[in-house]
Design a protein. Structure first.
Length: 638
């Protein structure tokens, strides 16, 4: 029987204890004990039949022929779950994953105070019975919203709270996205119901706004929303990360963990270290989970846990919700591709912009006997600066960690009379890239079934690029390439075979998956041709770069361009999963201040005008395109 102490006698006077937390904890503990007793009773009831089932299975195993490697191998294989986690035995593997599918014990994968769902600028609209829709923010309506949240991720009884300037509205919809109800007023605390006004629902959407209706700050909004489910909350551990970095991102139906050779962390009393860079691909597949936790074991191996599989023995470095990754450690870089090896040709500068990169870096030294690395704002200009490392800068003088693969290497390959096929959209069509490459290597020849300069640019070269096109439109059946490289060479290149192929897309894509699939299909077709003709074509894929971040002039423009930038960043992550090609890290080179065309035309106020971009998609001809061409040329031969 539990005893609760509410008063204490001091000097003959009864004093009331004001520690309400202690009282609540005591009451909660009693409640949890009762709950556990109920669960144990239920489990013991079913244990008898389960033991009989297990006995039958053991008897069947005992009847296997001596040395039956097929049966033994199958039993061992059962231990490996869909999430690549190896269970202690086959029975645990089956039961744990069945529990995950049923979701019977724990329904909420979000602990109190941890960020739960990504927010986007804009808001929902609609009426009961209509299909829910989203709208862009205006000058008078400033909000943020989540995408659909399933009831399994936010079950009845969960409590959503907001702090600071944030308050929220909930929308309840059915399986067809028809609205069954919504909270009329914006809330600061709300308990999720089993049904809304008697109407069953399948998904929940959240809208937030500031109490003073000021301009929306998505980051602030996300940090001031918390969700808890005190009845079914679980616990897990976090490793102590001593050194990094670790990259965490989702692409191609996988969660990718890229840990550097410098990564160090402590799991309980065990120190984990790596002797080399390590890339781990964890398949999500078609598992119905939206919320995955990325865990690490005592051997330094990463594995996934579906949220209701987590136990207090798991060590989590972060989680992934709807293809976006999150982590609390500054040593973990989320949703950005890892820093690659960087190749430099003699007397051709390379640029790295930290805004585009997504994190801070620092060359190991700024000068060497052969060259230098100069810093202009957030951009480094690196010239003749070889065989040195780049470091990840946490902003602390005592903690600077080496970037995995972040080595500056000299490329001494001499480009002579190669035939080059440039495939892509308007970036490859304008002719400015070809002109600059020709300045470095006058004897190269450009191939293609199109002429450069469609609409804008110069018409001096051949290419396989059309302005406004996507990877699918240029590569699918019915296009010139027609998914068959051999046929394309015969029909459109008059039998001339390219020595170098560059592939550049990303600015017009709406699907990273489709973008990835068609580019990989094209690369595979090239490799099939190479195999049949005993040759090796050098294939280079340009990492998609974002449109100018400074294009955010005007609220409506901001929202439209923000969505495009998110799509471009997703294509970057999927590009990192392409095979049989060299990826050129062109996503990190542009600086809005120097590489785009600006005009002074917009009134800021108080008699002051500000500059705006005339074209926030395409870099400037003289600076931006030359910088891009220099980067491409520096990789030729790798």
């Amino acid at each position: 029987m539990a005893t609760t102490i509410n008063t204490i006698n001091i000097g003959g006077v009864d004093k009331e204890i004001e520690d309400t937390t202690a009282r609540n904890s005591s009451a909660s503990a009693v409640s949890r004990v009762a709950s556990v007793e109920t669960e144990v009773s239920a489990l013991s009831t079913s244990l008898g039949s389960e033991i009989q089932t297990l006995k039958s299975r053991v008897d069947a195993i005992a009847d296997l022929p001596s040395g039956s490697t097929t049966g033994d191998a199958e039993l061992i294989d059962i231990r490996t779950g869909i999430n690549n986690f190896v269970y202690t035995n086959a029975g645990n593997a089956v039961r744990s994953q069945a529990q995950g599918l049923n979701g019977a014990l724990i329904n909420l994968g979000v602990a109190v105070g941890k960020p739960a769902f990504p927010f986007y600028e804009g808001y929902h609209s609609g009426s009961v019975g209509s299909t829910i829709s989203t709208r862009a923010n205006t000058s008078t309506t400033q909000r943020a919203f989540t995408s659909a949240i399933s009831k399994s991720d936010m079950p009845a009884g969960a409590v959503i709270k907001s702090t600071g300037l944030v308050h929220f509205r909930l929308w309840f919809v059915d399986a067809n996205n028809k609205i069954v109800g919504y909270t009329d007023a914006f809330q600061t605390e709300y308990t999720i119901p089993t049904s809304y006004n008697g109407n069953a629902y399948v998904y929940i959407y959240i809208d937030v706004k500031f109490t003073d209706d000021s301009n929306m700050n998505v980051s602030y909004a996300a940090k001031n929303i918390s969700i808890s489910n005190t009845g079914n909350k679980f616990s897990y551990k976090e490793p102590i990360i001593i050194n990094g970095p670790i990259y965490l991102y989702s692409a191609n139906e996988k969660i990718i963990v890229f840990s550097a050779s410098t990564t160090r962390m402590q799991i309980g009393s065990t120190l984990i270290s790596y002797t080399a860079d390590k890339k781990t691909s964890l398949s999500i597949g078609e598992h119905p989970a939206n919320l995955w936790y990325i865990c690490i074991d005592a051997s330094g191996n990463f594995y996934l846990r579906y949220f209701n599989e987590l136990t207090s023995d798991d060590y989590c470095i972060g989680y992934c919700y709807q293809n976006s990754c999150y982590a609390s450690s500054p040593y973990i870089i989320c949703n950005r591709p890892p820093m690659p090896k960087i190749y430099i040709k003699q007397d051709i500068p390379i640029y790295i912009n930290m805004d585009r990169l997504g994190y801070k870096i620092m060359p190991t030294v700024f000068t060497s006997t052969t060259g230098s690395a100069m810093k202009f704002g957030e951009t480094f200009r690196i010239l003749n600066y070889y065989n040195s490392n780049i470091q990840y800068d946490l902003g602390k003088n005592t903690i600077i960690n080496q970037i995995p693969n972040g080595t500056l290497l000299q490329n001494s390959y001499v480009v002579t009379n190669e035939k080059i096929l440039m495939v892509g959209d308007s970036i490859s069509n304008r002719g400015w890239l070809q002109r600059r490459i020709k300045q470095h290597a006058p004897n190269v020849t450009f191939l293609g079934s199109y002429t450069t300069g469609t609409g804008i640019g110069i018409t001096d070269y051949k290419c396989e690029a059309v302005p406004g096109s996507t990877a699918r439109e240029m590569i699918e059946a019915g296009s010139h390439i027609n998914t068959n490289y051999a046929t394309y060479i015969a029909n459109f290149l008059s039998g001339q075979v390219p020595d170098i192929v560059t592939i550049e897309f990303g600015l017009n894509e709406s699907s990273a998956s489709e973008y990835f699939s068609y580019i990989q299909l094209f690369i595979d077709s090239i490799r099939a041709y190479d195999s049949a003709h005993s040759r090796t074509t050098k294939v280079y894929v340009l990492m998609p770069f974002e449109r100018a971040l400074s294009s955010m002039v005007g609220v409506n423009t901001y929202n439209a361009q923000r969505n495009r930038i998110l799509a471009e960043r997703q294509c970057q992550l999927w590009t990192s999963e392409l095979t049989d090609c060299v990826i050129i890290p062109t996503h990190m080179i542009f600086d809005d201040k120097y590489d785009y065309n600006w005009v002074t035309s917009t009134a800021y106020g108080y008699g002051v005008s500000t500059q705006v971009l005339t074209d926030f998609v395409h870099p400037s001809e003289v600076v931006g395109f030359n910088k891009l061409a220099d980067m491409i040329y520096s990789y030729f031969g790798v």
